[in-house]
Write a protein that binds this ligand. Structure first.
Ligand SMILES: Cc1cc2nc3c(=O)[nH]c(=O)nc-3n(C[C@H](O)[C@H](O)[C@H](O)COP(=O)(O)OP(=O)(O)OC[C@H]3O[C@@H](n4cnc5c(N)ncnc54)[C@H](O)[C@@H]3O)c2cc1C
Length: 371
């Protein structure tokens, strides 16, 4: 194995791998919750564990959310364990509010996140350890908490004719806010909360909007209580237990029928068409001859788990997902996935962080690895 360059110009061969008990990859909600529980149970940052994150600043994926996604518009963000987020102005962008809170949190609990550090691969080491190869050198660790989220892997499905489209195609991950669509004809694809938010924002600016989804959207009346939440999480949990790729929790909860959605339904902005069959040079087309002209196709088609760096560990099942029991990868008990599948929500990430640390403490005490 070769050497890995770090930004400071040092090179770390595998021989120089720094040894820790736990590496946490990712400093979003899930990674910080895990780091908090490590710290709380006696692990020292830099000595016993490190947190690596390739984003330039604190905030996890929140720092990249579009400016019009104000804090008041996010649907139920749970605080990190041990420190509330109080007094936030609901009209400020969540891309400012949440990163400021995360930064204060990292400082308050002295988590010493290393950034920007990109983890490129995790592979089997010697003596039962894992090697974490990164832009800042190599770590040799007894356990791994993977908290890399989904933001780095936007998903765009393939449709015939896609490459011929002369307009602009972009994904939710690059959504710049509604003003960029002034005077344009926009097709929004996808049945989740991002799609409805995009449509409601863009419609007043655009020359026209069209909404297409694969399945008819399901709107949920009334409050989303704990029972409904538990049932939704259980559905996603069952998928990852079987080694299938997780679905987003939102995909099984339905869309909350709030005032904005009601207005959109009443004034036709949320009239939905079934998925088109092909993309043409100047729009989208259905079998049977319907054609809608478009300048922009906005793909609000979700994200996949950002776990490519785990590929050398061969954790993937034939179904395409990583089988997970609780947070532990079934194929490798040293590896925990937090914020993955059923724990891909802010509350789920908190719980997963705690569960992973509990499990890892047991693993480390039961099976000390000779160094
Ligand atoms: C538009 C949008 C709105 C949402 N709103 C809500 C909401 O209101 N309430 C809610 O509960 N949930 C919401 N969610 C889901 C939300 O994203 C999760 O609940 C939670 O914030 C995800 O936290 P995380 O720590 O798993 O991931 P992230 O916040 O994505 O953090 C992952 C971190 O890992 C780092 N990383 C990734 N790959 C690597 C690598 N190879 N090497 C080093 N670092 C790496 C990234 O830089 C990032 O900082 C929303 C999601 C989206 C897309």
């Amino acid at each position: 194995m070769g050497e890995v360059e770090d930004p400071a110009g040092e090179a770390h061969g595998v021989d120089e791998a720094r040894e820790v008990d736990v590496v946490v990859i990712g400093a979003g909600q899930a990674g910080l919750a895990a780091a908090h529980h490590l710290r709380r149970t006696g692990f020292e940052p830099e000595r016993d564990f490190v947190v690596l994150d390739h984003a330039p600043a604190p905030g996890g994926a929140w720092q990249f959310r579009w400016p019009s996604l104000t804090y008041g518009k996010v649907h139920g963000m749970h605080a990190l364990p041990g420190m509330e987020l109080t007094g936030a102005d609901p009209d400020r962008p969540s891309a400012e509010v949440v990163p400021e809170y995360f930064e204060a949190y990292e400082r308050a609990f002295d988590l010493r996140v290393r950034r920007p550090v990109d983890v490129r691969a995790v592979r089997e080491g010697t003596g039962g350890r894992l090697l974490v190869e990164s832009s800042d050198g190599v770590w040799s660790t007894r356990a791994l908490i993977n908290a890399t989220g989904t933001w780095d892997r936007p998903f765009v499905p393939r449709y015939p004719g896609q490459e011929t489209f002369r307009g602009r195609q972009l994904h939710t991950a690059r959504y710049p806010g509604p003003e960029a669509f002034a005077g344009l004809r926009v097709v929004v694809v996808g049945g989740g909360a991002s799609a409805t938010q995009h449509l409601l924002e863009i419609a007043p600016y655009a020359a026209g909007t069209t909404w297409v989804t694969r399945r008819p959207p399901v709107f949920r009346e009334g409050p989303f209580d704990e029972d409904a939440g538990r049932a939704a999480v259980a559905l996603v949990e069952e998928r990852v237990r079987q080694g299938l790729p997780p679905k987003s929790v939102v995909s099984v909860t339905g869309l909350p029928l709030n005032d904005a959605i009601r207005r959109g339904l009443a004034d036709g902005v949320l009239d939905r068409l079934p998925m088109f069959d092909r993309i043409t040079e100047d729009g989208v087309e259905w079998d049977g001859g319907r054609h809608v002209a478009a300048d922009v196709i906005l793909w609000a088609t979700g994200f996949r788990a950002a776990v490519d760096h785990l590929a050398p560990l061969r954790l993937r099942e034939p179904g395409g997902g990583i089988r997970v029991e609780g947070t532990r990868a079934v194929a490798d008990p040293r590896v925990h996935l937090v914020g993955y599948g059923p724990s891909a929500s802010t509350i789920g990430a908190n719980r997963a962080g705690r569960a992973a640390v509990r499990d890892i403490r047991r693993l480390l005490a039961r099976e000390p690895v000779a160094v």
